[in-house]
Design a protein around this ligand. Sequence first.
Ligand code: HEC
Length: 126
Amino acid sequence: MKIKFVFALLAAALSLAACSAAATPVPTPTPDPFILQGQAVFNARCATCHALVPDTIIIGPSLNGIATRAETRVAGQDAEEYITLSILRPGDYVVEGFNNVMITNLAKEVTSEDMNALVAFLMTLK
Ligand code: HEC
């Protein structure tokens, strides 16, 4: 009886710990599974055209520092909005010196969770 009670407490404590871990803000040295999921989406869908090291053009511009740059791109859009729109409607704002050749059907091809993870990953690239 007593052991069961301790076990229930332990299980409750563990699930609480899991909840608070998920709510922790992003930039931590420990890899966040959601960010890693976003990085995997990036590697599968974006890395063919975008490098993450500075000043390296593949087909698109390097996304090094995109979370910082994104804030300055379009008046009225914060970094997260700009990054999301850059993926969903890349033709809205075309980076100077580049052509609008980005795929536009990503929203139909990946789950919204993958999409959110991808944006969360890009938001770590300060
Ligand atoms: C076929 C090549 C190609 C692929 C694949 C591609 N992009 Fe792009 N991307 C570009 C080009 C070219 C530009 C610059 C022109 C423009 O702004 O649309 C760009 C621009 C961007 C920008 C704006 C950068 C800035 O400095 O403002 C973001 C953010 C971006 N891409 C994210 C992504 C993400 C995330 C993916 C994967 C889902 C992706 N791209 C896939 C070619 C690509």
